[in-house]
Ligand binder design. Structure first.
Ligand SMILES: [Zn+2]
Length: 326
């Protein structure tokens, strides 16, 4: 009888050592960015109900949280503020003594080895919960740019190492780049939320940041999940305007977009593994339905395989621990 002819792919899967030799994608602690919610209220450490294991912390708990990151080998943090006062113009966002500015100053003084990324938006600070200035029920693009630029400058003054604008107004990278340069911060990079979809996966974050829009939704500035070419246009204009990093948000349902952005643009790509993605896995793990460690490491590796260089994730601490074990 004539022998069958076929390829033997299993040769390269025979042992742990063999699999390690041919592994194409590696998840590293250096890839992880931990998001932190800092409360202006004093002496509070609150677990976010829809995000078990994620806390909003007052300034007096911030340093111990940051030291924990350093001890786990995590090098970067992205800071979100939860102010006590909100108003129409989101003025706490660009107050030099605002909660994010104070948090950044404290981290840079007390845990200087951490790279501090400032999330730059207005929605946590506006009483209407939108990411820009509201005029006649609409979000006024150009007026919002002035406030977002002011916010970025106060964050740089406070010591932020990277500015990460997330409000999806047109021209925000150009406006912030110019504002930072004129204020003497030409060395501070901009990590743009270049491709940010109007996603249902953000639900738990809005609990944590108290940033649910009080009317309407964000579909007039965040992107339609059905669109791919629009993502390329968004990323392209941010590159032209001077972005140093590109974020794709959310991550799991958008791995195709990450791959495409990575292939087209020669900039570091950041995946934002969002709150809803975290909450779904946590809930399933708490019910004993999935193996949390295996599923988290698999999905973070998948983001890297899709082209992400860095991952903003609420799983950063867990992932760092698991990476140390293996
Ligand atoms: Zn926003």
């Amino acid at each position: 009888m004539k022998e069958l002819e076929f390829k033997r792919h299993r040769r390269l899967r025979s042992t742990d050592n063999m699999r390690a030799l041919v592994r194409e994608t590696h998840l590293l602690k250096d890839d992880l960015i931990f998001p932190i919610f800092v409360l202006e209220e004093n002496d509070v450490k609150n677990e976010v109900p829809s995000m078990p294991g994620v806390y909003q912390v007052s300034l007096n708990y911030l340093t111990e949280e940051m030291n924990e990151l350093v001890n786990l080998g995590i090098k970067s943090v992205i800071v979100f503020g939860v102010p006590q006062e909100k108003d129409e113009a989101g003025s706490e966002a660009y107050n030099e003594e605002g909660i994010v500015q104070r948090a950044i100053r404290q981290i840079k003084e007390e845990v200087p080895s951490l790279t501090v990324i400032a999330d730059t938006c207005l929605c946590q600070y506006t009483d209407h919960g939108h990411c820009g200035v509201v005029r006649n029920g609409d979000i006024a693009n150009d007026e919002s740019l002035e406030l977002i630029t002011k916010t970025a400058i106060t964050q740089a003054q406070a010591g932020a190492d990277i500015i990460a604008p997330s409000n999806m107004m047109d021209g925000f990278v150009a406006a912030i780049r110019q504002g930072l340069d004129e204020a003497g911060y030409s060395q501070i990079p901009v990590m743009s939320y270049a491709v940010k979809y109007a996603s249902a996966f953000y639900g738990p974050f809005r609990d944590a940041a108290h940033s649910t829009p009080q009317f309407g939704d964000r579909k007039a500035y965040q992107m339609d999940p059905a669109n791919r070419l629009e993502a390329i246009r968004e990323a392209e204009s941010d590159v032209e305007e001077g972005a140093d990093f590109l974020i794709v948000k959310p991550s799991l349902a958008y791995l195709d977009i990450m791959r495409e952005v990575k292939d087209r643009f020669r900039l570091p790509l950041v995946a934002y593994n969002v709150s809803g993605e975290y909450a779904m896995i946590k809930a399933a793990a708490q019910n004993g339905w999935v193996d949390e460690k295996a599923i988290v490491l698999e999905k973070l590796t998948a983001m890297k395989r899709a082209g992400a260089d860095l991952i903003i994730t609420y799983f950063a601490k867990d992932a760092a621990k698991w990476l140390s074990e293996s």
